[in-house]
Design a protein around this ligand. Structure first.
Ligand code: C5P
Length: 209
């Protein structure tokens, strides 16, 4: 049978990660959260005391990244997300990470990748592309509730500001800006539950494979 490749893109906190993990299990696909790669570069650069806004310092860090020791728990969180979004603006960094992502997508058994440029740059020939969105307010509300539930006291307005800043940086950068591919299905999660998002995505995928 032909191997299936699914591309999931969208802004921060739209529910991409949750959806992507469930879909990968459901369709039995290898799963890659590509944000982790950029987060790992950001963290490594910060730990080395380098200038995250300098492409000449960041590209070698991305080239030398060892994909086997990406430690997911330490890369979660808002700070690593901020660092990621700064290093992700450099074309040298993106290029250094592209080959790994493309190889991952091409492996036997099929793959599902989530990120910002999967449908546009990494896997332009993906079988199904889904662009997950939600209003900035809804995303900030969800993130605020999630953090408060973990016992971290955060203020909605502050989180909304962070969500907007990240959108702005990701959408306006020169290389691979956050943008839906022309052939992506838009999936607005603002009014849907997690299960509702999953069901909708499955029906989009099933109709296309
Ligand atoms: O998805 P996540 O929040 O982990 O991504 C962190 C940051 O990494 C994003 O805000 C974006 O700037 C960058 N990123 C990217 N391209 C990807 C995945 C993430 O530019 N494919």
């Amino acid at each position: 049978a032909k191997t299936l490749v699914i591309a999931i893109d969208g802004p921060a906190a739209a529910g991409k990660g949750t959806l992507a993990k469930r879909l990968a299990i459901h369709y039995r696909l290898h799963y890659l959260d590509t944000g982790l790669l950029y987060r790992a570069v950001g963290r490594k650069a910060q730990a080395a005391g380098l200038d995250l806004d300098n492409p000449e310092e960041m590209t070698p860090i991305a080239r030398d990244l060892n994909f086997h020791d990406i430690d997911e728990p330490s890369l979660r969180g808002r700070e690593a997300g901020e660092l990621a979004s700064r290093v992700a603006a450099h074309s040298g960094v993106r290029q250094a990470l592209n080959a790994f992502q493309r190889e991952f997508a091409a492996q036997p058994g099929g793959a599902l990748l989530d990120g910002r440029d999967i449908g546009t740059v990494i896997c332009p020939d993906a079988d199904v592309k889904i662009f997950v969105t939600a209003s900035a307010e809804v995303r900030a509300r969800r993130r605020t509730d999630e953090l408060n539930a973990k016992g971290r006291t955060v203020v909605y307005e502050r989180i909304l500001e962070e969500v907007r800043q990240r959108d702005d940086r990701d959408s306006n950068r020169a290389v691979s800006p956050l943008k839906a591919a022309d052939d992506a299905h838009l999936l607005d999660t603002s009014e849907l539950s997690i299960d509702g998002v999953f069901r909708k995505a499955c029906s989009l995928i099933d109709a296309q494979i």
